[in-house]
Design a protein around this ligand. Structure first.
Ligand SMILES: C[S@@+](CC[C@H](N)C(=O)[O-])C[C@H]1O[C@@H](n2cnc3c(N)ncnc32)[C@H](O)[C@@H]1O
Length: 377
């Protein structure tokens, strides 16, 4: 067969396989993007078809190698007769690059298939796991982590509380236990995904102290700000973000009672900013009135549970509430969020692959490939 005819045939075969795989990926991604829980029958059928196509890709490779061998010996013969380098037809190099890319993608199909197996059939898991239900070893590890973070907190924020902040009724910068915050932030992240909002989530810590919770929240939400009354604490948080290179984190120095930007945020966290109970109640009312409907509130203390309904908020789970929502809406949101998986950050990959639509849709459902690269801040 003529070289051009052979290349034509391989190009057509490759285009057919690339197109068929891309269509299957788009179909699976569209099923994953539908309301939860996921329709596993359609996913499984798509997986079977992709497995068949992956076999066809592998079966095409020996043919590809054979043609390349023939083209190479023709090129050598030509070079020997006419001089010059033994070059293959220009089209071949482009075809080879595409073929190698597709083969590389197919080599990762088992990983992508395992990711889909986590979602089909779908399974629900509670937003919070009770501490008592955790293995003893994990409880101990959380306690050790909390103790370490407490020490680091003291190191980062040696500032005395400002007189004016004390006089205003502010609590000093006493941090919520890190492991408890992680539970809340993780559950809030799953709720946010279940809400199916398109914009990247913005997080606010009302009374951020030294800013450690803001720096933690950035692992879950792409933007995170802290609002802080005490100027010394605000400076400390600012220096922390600068030292960590966290351009996505901001400190807003000011009084949470007078703040008028609550409607900029999707997740609002507050952990006992004010000492005085009446001032705390007034702040809760201010936050509830200022946020948009559907905003997720993390009220990480007991009292809010008794007052949320009067403020138009509905309880979802643990210390999570949703603003301007009914009890039924909150219950539905909790059910949806329980089908969201536990993954938070996407694995960084140098090149996009044919699997991209599946990876993106899985990520939006809280599932992802295990991190191959370390977290970078
Ligand atoms: C108990 S600490 C919580 C620190 C941090 N959010 C955490 O969870 O670890 C309360 C913080 O809220 C700040 N705060 C209290 N009242 C405030 C107000 N009205 N406006 C802004 N910040 C306030 C205090 O200065 C203090 O840093």
């Amino acid at each position: 067969m003529q070289a051009d005819t052979q290349i034509d045939a391989l190009e057509q075969e490759l285009a057919r396989l690339e197109g068929a795989i891309a269509r299957e990926c788009a179909e699976i991604a569209s099923v994953l993007a539908r309301p939860l829980p996921t329709d596993s029958a359609r996913i499984t059928a798509g997986q079977r078809r992709i497995t068949g196509l992956a076999r066809e890709v592998m079966a095409m490779l020996p043919r590809f190698d054979r043609v390349e061998g023939e083209l190479a010996s023709e090129a050598r013969a030509r070079a020997a007769a006419q001089g010059g380098a033994a070059l293959l037809p220009q089209r071949w190099y482009a075809l080879r690059a595409r073929t190698h890319r597709l083969r590389g993608d197919m080599n990762r199909w088992h990983e992508v298939g395992a990711l889909l197996a986590q979602q089909a059939p779908p399974s629900a898991s509670p937003l919070y796991v009770m501490r008592d239900a955790l293995p003893e070893a994990l409880i101990t590890q959380a306690e050790v982590g909390d103790a370490l973070l407490n020490s680091l907190h003291r190191l980062i924020n040696p500032e005395e509380q400002a007189q004016a902040a004390h006089a205003h009724g502010c609590h000093a910068d006493i941090g919520l236990a890190q492991s408890t915050f992680l539970e809340h932030a993780h559950a809030a992240y799953r709720l946010y995904l279940a809400q199916r909002r398109r914009a990247p989530a913005r997080f606010l810590d009302v009374g951020c102290g030294a800013g450690l919770k803001v720096a933690t929240a950035i692992e879950f939400f792409p933007r995170a700000d802290g609002l802080e009354y005490d100027p010394g604490y605000a400076r400390t948080a600012q220096s922390l973000f600068a030292a960590m290179g966290l351009a996505q984190c901001r400190v807003i120095e000011g009084d949470a009672m007078a703040f008028d930007g609550y409607d900029d945020y999707d997740v609002v966290y507050f952990y006992r900013p004010m000492r005085d109970m009446d001032a705390m109640k007034a702040l809760e009312a201010r936050i509830a009135a200022g946020v948009r409907p559907g905003t997720i509130l993390i009220a990480a203390y007991g009292g809010f549970a008794a007052r949320h309904a009067d403020l138009g908020c509905a309880h979802v789970a643990g210390n999570l509430f949703v603003a301007h929502a009914s009890t039924e809406e909150a219950a539905q949101l909790r059910c949806d969020a329980e089908y969201i998986g536990p993954f938070v950050r996407r694995r960084e990959t140098a090149l996009t692959s044919v699997w991209e639509p599946i990876l993106a849709a899985s990520h939006a459902n809280g599932y992802g490939l295990r991190r191959a690269t370390p977290i970078r801040v």
